[in-house]
Each structure stands twice: as C-alpha cells, then as structure tokens.
Design a protein around this ligand. Structure first.
Ligand SMILES: [Zn+2]
Length: 279
C-alpha cells in the first residue's frame, strides 16, 4: 500500500516530507501530487513526462514472461542475498529503482517479513501492476536520472535489476551500512539470441565499469553469477528481446525472419551478476 511508504517519500521539487490530504500528497511548500485511482502516485518533477517509459503492451508481455517463472532463479538469488544482508529490525525501506511490474521487489519482500517496499519506475503502466504485486509495495512514478523522491537515508536496501544506475542518489537514499543489490547481464546473457539476431552484446568490461562508476559512492562487498538455461517459445523470444537493452536496435523484419529459423522452443543461456554494495 502506498500509505506504508509515505513516511519515506520526498517532494521532487523541494525534497521536503510529504503528507496525505485526502487523495493527494503535499509538502509544506504547497506542492501537491494527486494519487492515481490505480494505487500509485506520480512524483515526477514538472518538466519530466512518462513518454520514455514502456508502453502498456510491452509491460503486459513482460509481466507474462516473468509470471511464467523464466527468471525465477534471479528473483531467488536476490531474495536470498537480501535476507542475508539485512538486519532483522524492519526499519528502513526496500526501494527498487526501475522496478517495472514489481516482480523482483515482491519476491524480495516475501523474504523480508514486516519490511515495506517502494517500486520506482518511469512507466505508469508498469506501476499499475506493481501497486498490486504485493500488499507491502507502494508504487511511485519518477525519473531515475533526477533526484529520487525519497528522503535521505530512508532505505536499508536498494534493488537495481537491469535498470539505470544513479550512484550519488543511491548513496543519498541508503541508510549508513545499507545495501545495494544490483543485477546486470554478463556477456553470456542470451548469447544464442544475440548471435542469431545480431543484437548488441554486453561488453566484457561491463561489471568493472559499473564498479568504477559506483566506486565513489558505495563499496563492493561481493558478487555471484547466476546462470541457467531458458526454454523459450517464439513469443517469449520476442518478449525477452524487447526487455533487453538492444530493444531499440532490432529491425522488426529481421527479427521476424530470424525467429522463423530458430527452433521452437529454443534453448537460451541466461547469465547475470548479482553484485552487492554497502554504503
Ligand atoms: Zn515541495
């Protein structure tokens, strides 16, 4: 419920606390944000808009894909790491930056009894689903590249799964000693599709570059690889391609032609790093 996370939210204009007045959240300076009837709130700064987010169609395909359990080992690894890293005392938010439909956050909250989670994303279509993904999730539309609408030191855990990373802001919203769990693809991720479809591949240095960028703000404390085999039908392949960073670089005609050449179902490697950082 949005109410669970309201004490952790900050006004995107002036960073002050927000309090509820009937169907809106307001700060002391008078900035006001209406609650959507689907259960989320938009805390975008004035000039931002949600046009860069996913469409309703993309979100639906992604939700189906995740609900089918294809990425379950990633969700399990996150939940395990979260339960091991966090103190039992349930103070402090779990914030998922780029939460999408709330799939991973819901799974992590199941492993953290009593803790509440904020699903942050630019896509309102995704957040309509996230708002319903778990009873302890509150969903907030925001822009990952702007100051996050969270109060300083509000989060005990930040999740970042295949999503934009904003190092200074992640540090600011984490409590001292708080944890970031970051999931990123390795060069082997979906390699059979990358080869067949001519998609952009993940470069070998990706993890090192991530560590370098986050280095001034957070300390890496460990990482593990999660690798497993996906069995995908043609529709799953289209979805997984659309979920990846190469979505905007795939010629639809080439995709359709190549899909015809692939076995159905096709076996594809999933390979990610789950990296842990401490503030
Ligand atoms: Zn304000």
């Amino acid at each position: 419920m949005l109410q669970d996370i309201e004490p952790y939210l900050a006004c995107p204009h002036c960073a002050q606390a927000l309090t509820r007045h009937e169907r809106s959240l307001r700060c002391p300076a008078g900035h006001s944000f209406d609650l959507a009837k689907q259960g989320y709130v938009s805390l975008l700064a004035g000039d931002a808009h949600t046009g860069t987010g996913d469409t309703a169609e993309m979100v639906a395909a992604r939700a189906d894909f995740l609900a089918a359990g294809h990425y379950r080992p990633i969700a399990d690894a996150l939940a395990e790491a979260a339960a091991a890293a966090l103190p039992a005392d349930p103070e402090g938010l779990v914030a998922d930056l780029g939460a999408g439909t709330g799939h991973y956050l819901a799974h992590v909250l199941d492993a953290l009894p009593g803790r509440v989670g904020a699903a942050l994303d630019i896509s309102k279509y995704a957040l309509r689903r996230a708002a319903k993904a778990h009873p302890r999730i509150g969903a907030v539309v925001c822009d990952a590249w702007r100051p996050l609408p969270l109060r300083d030191a509000s989060a005990e855990l930040v999740l970042n799964v295949f999503a934009p990373r904003n190092g200074p802001e992640i540090r600011r919203v984490l409590r001292p000693g708080g944890t970031l769990l970051l999931v990123s693809p390795t060069p082997r991720h979906l390699r059979e599709l990358v080869d067949a479809l001519g998609l952009l591949s993940v470069d070998e240095e990706k993890q090192r570059r991530i560590d370098e960028k986050l280095g001034p703000y957070l300390t890496p404390v460990g990482q593990r690889q999660v690798e497993f085999t996906l069995r995908l039908c043609a529709q799953d392949v289209r979805t997984v391609v659309g979920m990846g960073p190469s979505a905007w670089h795939t010629d639809p005609e080439r995709l359709a032609a190549t899909l015809g050449d692939l076995p159905d179902p096709v076996e594809v490697t999933a390979s990610v790093t789950v990296a842990e950082y401490r503030r």
